[in-house]
Write a protein that binds this ligand. Structure first.
Ligand code: DQQ
Length: 532
């Protein structure tokens, strides 16, 4: 793996923890195994950046070395306290295997790199309350302050078989009292990992600090379960701590997800420098543990994404942070190119194994589209039934990514347009079924519907490609799908990129821009440590 996307060094690497912007520096902590490529010895790795693109690995920030975290420093968050001091609130697994919550502070807050962290003498500051399974009590969120001046955080749990975000309040960030009811819970899910709760502005792209209150603000609650990151939108009253959601988790096939591919245990933060909210996620492997051992590492971080509420207000929109464009080099561009039914156009002249591609399609004669009979159809199943090689009228059309010259290997990121009784539906799919000749690697097909009316809006796709990861953003970020792929033939210079139309109807590419991407600089100044 080279470095357009951030592979946080060798060894085992998982959930992003406590991202923040502090005194001119972006900090990312992450679940990290310093002693091997698989999950274990959970510690907080620490990397810093001035631009979210180039990174320096620092020493591990938290290691499991105290009775209250000896079996692991699990996930958590950072909060900047009113005196400007950042605090880490994290889950420790104690000697009994119980999950407890702990605090840590920087040794020296005037050093913007925050290289050393000191665990609080009050730890553990929270232990599993009566009636809560001590194995299901973890991942404290960033704190926010209510109008009463008190802090709030949520902790992920499962209570009576219901996924829950337990709410706690505190006057000093050290002593916490559990609220009588969770912030939210759901009987349709199991344990909620890594809950994230934050405000978003209505009708705007700016982000908000976790404690922002006022008109034109809605709140997002994200929970990680069943291998995916789901979220709900709702109105939060900070006076009563009531959170009323629009549509609840798992209410229908339409449950909202940050990403419909591999994207788990994500965490967002407010970037006060650029007034935006940024989202990070763990993108895990689709190959086996023995593959991780032979390559010596596992796990990636997604590209950091700006995240905001859509114009319609019914979902979130994500887009790679602008800084990423610094890595763009050689460019290929064309406009108004017809893509006849059954055609394939190579996008040559750029490095297809490490690229950023933006393409917009224009369709006419939509009344010819295939009819979709069932409204409540699962889009992932539909993408699987009608994969990239199944021809329809409008679609599949899109990109063939990390493709070998003879197309034996390729990952197809594509769209299909259907007609329904009174409207149209646009399906976006990422089909990995032919991504690799290797057996025993994940070849799932992912999919989601785009909330876009193709009569009035063009269908666009941005895809970031980096050797074994493909992050795709449909319709300017309304749907995101991240895939991990392990080609054998389509590697380095042997990788090709194509635009394709496997439908019978002609359409056109109104514009295509593709760039080779430079490697990001990722250096390590970590001291080597002896295994525990
Ligand atoms: N990973 C952490 C937990 C969290 C899980 C342990 C989510 O704190 O619930 O490594 O991937």
């Amino acid at each position: 793996m080279t470095g357009l996307l951030v592979q946080m060094g060798a060894d085992g690497f998982a959930d992003p923890n406590g991202p923040m912007y502090y005194k001119g520096v972006y900090h990312l902590f992450y679940q990290y195994n310093p002693y091997g490529p698989l999950w274990g010895n959970m510690s907080w790795g620490h990397a810093i950046s001035y631009d979210l693109v180039n990174w320096v690995h620092l020493d591990v920030a938290l290691s499991p070395n105290m009775p209250y975290d000896i079996k692991g420093c699990f996930s958590g968050s950072t909060t900047i306290l009113p005196n400007g001091e950042p605090a880490i609130l994290y889950t420790g697994v104690d000697a009994n295997g119980h999950q407890v919550q702990n605090l840590a502070f920087p040794r020296n807050i005037s050093n913007p790199l925050l290289t050393e962290w000191v665990k609080s003498s009050l730890n553990p500051i929270l232990s599993p309350p009566h009636g809560i399974d001590p194995l299901l009590y973890r991942d404290p969120s960033t704190g926010w302050i209510g109008p009463d001046g008190e802090w709030r955080v949520v902790i992920g749990s499962e209570i009576d078989h219901q996924g829950s975000a337990i709410l706690y309040k505190s006057k000093d960030f050290s002593h916490w009292i559990r609220s009588s009811s969770p912030l939210h819970f759901s009987n349709k899910t199991s344990m909620w990992e890594c809950p994230d709760f934050y405000p978003v502005i209505v009708n705007g792209k700016n982000g908000l600090d976790a404690s922002a209150q006022g008109k034109n603000i809605r709140h997002v609650l994200k929970a990680s379960f069943n291998n995916y990151d789901y979220y709900v939108l709702g109105n939060y009253d900070p006076k009563t701590d009531r959170y009323m959601v629009d549509v609840d988790f798992m209410d229908s096939y339409g449950s909202l997800r940050y990403d419909y591919g591999r994207f788990y245990a994500s965490k967002s933060f407010y970037d006060g420098k650029k007034k935006r909210r940024i989202l990070w996620s763990w993108v895990n492997e689709g190959d086996s543990d023995s593959d991780a051992i032979s390559k010596g590492w596992s796990g990636l971080q997604s590209i950091p994404r700006s995240i905001w509420l859509s114009e319609k207000g019914d979902q979130l929109v994500q887009w790679p942070v602008k800084e990423l464009e610094k890595l763009r080099t050689r460019k290929m561009h064309f406009k108004n190119k017809e893509l006849k039914g059954g055609s394939l156009v190579e996008i040559s002249g750029i490095t297809a194994s490490q690229a950023d591609v933006e393409v917009t399609f224009s369709l006419s004669n939509l009344k010819e589209a295939d009819v979709l009979n069932v409204e409540a159809v699962d889009p992932q199943i539909l993408c699987t039934q009608k994969n990239a090689s199944t021809s329809g009228k409008f679609g599949p059309f899109g990109l063939l990514v990390l493709a070998s010259k003879d197309l034996t290997e390729h990952t197809a990121v594509f769209f299909r347009v259907f007609r329904t009784d009174n409207n149209f539906r646009v399906l976006m799919c990422a089909d990995q079924s032919r991504s690799s000749l290797r057996p025993n690697v994940d070849k799932s097909i992912y999919g989601a519907f785009l909330e876009l009316d193709p009569q009035y809006a063009r269908i666009s796709l941005r895809t970031l490609i980096d050797h074994s990861i493909i992050e795709s953003f449909g319709a300017n970020g309304l749907v995101c799908i991240t895939a991990r792929v392990y080609p054998e033939l389509a590697v380095e210079e042997q990788a090709h990129l194509y635009a394709f139309n496997n439908g019978t109807q002609s359409l056109s590419i109104s514009s295509l821009n593709a760039w080779s991407m430079k490697k990001a600089q990722v250096v390590s100044i970590k001291k080597r440590r002896k295994p525990i």
